[in-house]
Ligand binder design. Structure first.
Ligand SMILES: NC(=O)c1ccc[n+]([C@@H]2O[C@H](COP(=O)([O-])OP(=O)(O)OC[C@H]3O[C@@H](n4cnc5c(N)ncnc54)[C@H](OP(=O)(O)O)[C@@H]3O)[C@@H](O)[C@H]2O)c1
Length: 282
């Protein structure tokens, strides 16, 4: 099993990373990131909106690992969408992280106004060309948002990070992204805890002598999807990374695919209360 997904520009993105949404700034987030890096994770997903970039940056520094060996993603705060603020806010994120570049910078949420996404994306292209991010992408973009962005961009997004788990397998969006050469990244892999109540997943986990968390992460990996399970619990962080010592059979992959309900548990990008339709200007 490959440990990386190669992005359209050749950059290798580790297939498994640590999510940090709701990992509280301070010791909780710091200890989680440090433990993850010690356990072998080389990919951390944060965001301006998570308010924990300082703790992430401090843990990276204290890990003793080389900067080039760690893949860091951050995201532009949804309310700050816009050309000027994208530029300003990446610099601010870098200051908080204590880094000179991030590996991946994402538009966290799309605006319903396609022009706002286009302007913001122009700033992302320029930040990428300036070397402040090694790759650029989007998050929570559906096919309509992407159609409009792809019609106007110079550089295609390299990643789309979206809600994706056994109950929302995003099949049409995955087919679209794969056709466009855009890597698929899942968030919310544990479906707000639903996977831990699922007898089908429990039975599969028992068969492989792994946890349900391992089974879900491995299911995504075997589809070529980048997975970023979050935990601030040290023993879970370590155990969740045990995804390279086994492989799911095609049959079990199909059983998990069969759990799809088309069920969205997070905010619907088409009906997002915090995505401005006008550009934020400083
Ligand atoms: N782009 C976006 O709009 C967006 C939206 C949401 C999330 N994300 C990203 O995706 C990451 C993952 O999504 P998420 O954090 O929402 O949800 P998640 O990773 O599906 O689930 C995290 C929850 O599962 C618990 N957990 C972790 N491992 C477990 C285990 N082995 N057994 C039982 N419970 C376990 C965690 O608890 P403890 O922490 O208490 O251990 C936490 O409550 C985020 O952290 C963030 O980086 C992005």
């Amino acid at each position: 099993m490959e440990k990386y997904v190669t992005l359209a520009n050749g950059l290798e993105m580790p297939m498994v990373g640590l999510g940090t949404f709701k990992a509280e700034d301070g010791s909780s987030c710091y200890n989680a990131v440090l433990a993850a890096l010690k356990a072998g994770y080389r990919h951390i997903d944060t965001a301006m909106g998570y308010g924990n970039e300082e703790s992430v940056g401090k843990a990276i520094k204290d890990s003793g690992l080389s900067r080039e060996d760690i893949f860091i993603t951050t995201k532009l705060f949804p309310k700050q969408i816009g050309y000027k603020s994208a530029k300003y806010n990446l610099h601010e994120s870098l200051k908080r992280l204590g880094l000179s570049y991030v590996d991946l910078y994402l538009i966290h949420w799309p605006s319903a106004n396609a022009q706002v996404n286009t302007h913001t994306w122009q700033a992302f292209e320029e930040l990428y060309e300036a070397g402040l991010c090694k790759a650029i992408g989007v998050s929570n973009f559906n096919i309509n948002h992407l159609d409009r962005l792809l019609a106007s961009c110079r550089i295609k997004p390299m990643v789309n990070q979206v809600e994706l788990h056994p109950y929302l397998n995003q099949k049409p969006l995955i087919a679209y992204l794969q056709n466009e050469g855009i890597a698929v990244e899942s968030y919310g892999p544990f479906a707000k805890g639903m996977v831990f109540e699922d007898q089908v997943l429990a039975d599969i986990a028992k068969k492989y002598q792994k946890s349900v968390a391992n089974i879900v992460v491995r299911w995504g990996m075997q589809k070529g999807i980048i997975m970023i399970p979050k935990s601030v619990t040290i023993n879970r962080i370590i155990a969740n990374f045990d995804v390279y010592s086994f492989a799911l059979t095609e049959e079990d992959m199909k059983v998990i695919d069969g759990l799809n309900l088309g069920k969205r548990l997070y905010t619907d990008p088409d009906n997002c209360p915090f995505c401005p339709t006008t550009e934020y200007n400083l």
